[in-house]
Design a protein around this ligand. Sequence first.
Ligand code: NAD
Length: 392
Amino acid sequence: MARSSCKLALKELKQWMMPQKVETSLATYPSSAEIVAEPLGVVLVISTWNFPFSLSLDPVIGAIAAGNAVVLKPSEIASATSSLLSRLVGEYMDKSAIIVVEGAVAETSALLEQKWDKIFFTGGARVGRIVMAAAAKNLTPVTLELGGKCPAVVDSNVNLQVTSRRIVAGKWVCNNGQACIGVDYIITTKELAPKLIATLVSVVEEIFGKDLMESKERSRIINSFHFKRLVNLLEEDKVSNKIVFGGQREESQLQIAPTILLDVPEDSMIMQEEIFGPLLPIITVERLEDSFAMINRKPKPLAAYLFSDDEQIKRKFVQNIYAGGMAINDTILQVTVPTLPFGGVGESGMGSYHGKFSFDAFSHKKAVLYRSFAGDSPTRYPPYTPGKKKQI
Ligand code: NAD
């Protein structure tokens, strides 16, 4: 993804940089006006571990394209990628335009004490709040790319095989659930749930084999902290008897099998926290529309998915569900479309990037009005005598 973002920026940059001519008002006649993009200055990019290259380099591409200098702080949790990025950037890139600072909380906190012209943060909402509070001290603008619980709503009229394959891709194929726009939970009708579960299970076994713990096709859980966090979610009393598929785990391998749970209570931890792992709760409702209120009761997610063949339901979903982005009848792929902004809303973040949106995220839009010396109307100046109307 970083490679295609780079190619796109190289191809489109002249166009993106072009001042945008705009209409003027009668009060300024005669005049012309344009919006000029200017760099913000020196920007800090803090990234996370689950796609450590693209989540580090994608914002950097936007920042450099827009003319900024960048300090990149990759995640210490993907430590090998962090040191590789530091070495490669040092070796191949212009040090006056970009440097990498490696480190964890202490180093990031020290960076946050500096004055930046923009901070672009990818990570969880807890640290997002720390970043925003630090930025506020210097009135530094922020983009916060956070996460959340991304629902997938499945209607009864779908092509079950295709739906299941796309859900499996958006849950277990994509980093074994450790993806900010991965499917967090499913809502479907009571009528469809048994068939959906059976098809999901058959697709999982087709892709990963019957011995789920042996599969080499799925990522491991990133570390034992996250392994234990996920096991805790599974072992909560009101949840542990709701497992209908999977549930096997092996700490020494940092592996948890694809696991499906049916009708866990809404107040359980697994339905309150972002799962970020291979556990998939399925909640059933009488009518599909009941899912809308259920989703909107939770903080706004980074993505929401709907599988349906009903145009009315699709329209209602798009118009009524609050989310950073959506895909209808698929998962994840919205992130690959550079003409769509990628970002959250509410608890899932603020601001967006990708394609030209990355250039815009790191630019100030300067308003410029051009006037000549002609047309200097006397109505603009006092004294405002009777019969002389004040211009502005
Ligand atoms: P995190 O918030 O713990 O860490 C992100 C970055 O913040 C790291 O570089 C880390 O070093 C730094 N950090 C951690 N604690 C800090 C502190 N106390 N002070 C200052 N800096 C600190 O992120 P995580 O939990 O490891 O990542 C998972 C989260 O990221 C999930 O919520 C996921 O949804 C989200 N995410 C979002 C996107 C997106 O594009 N919107 C992409 C990937 C992940």
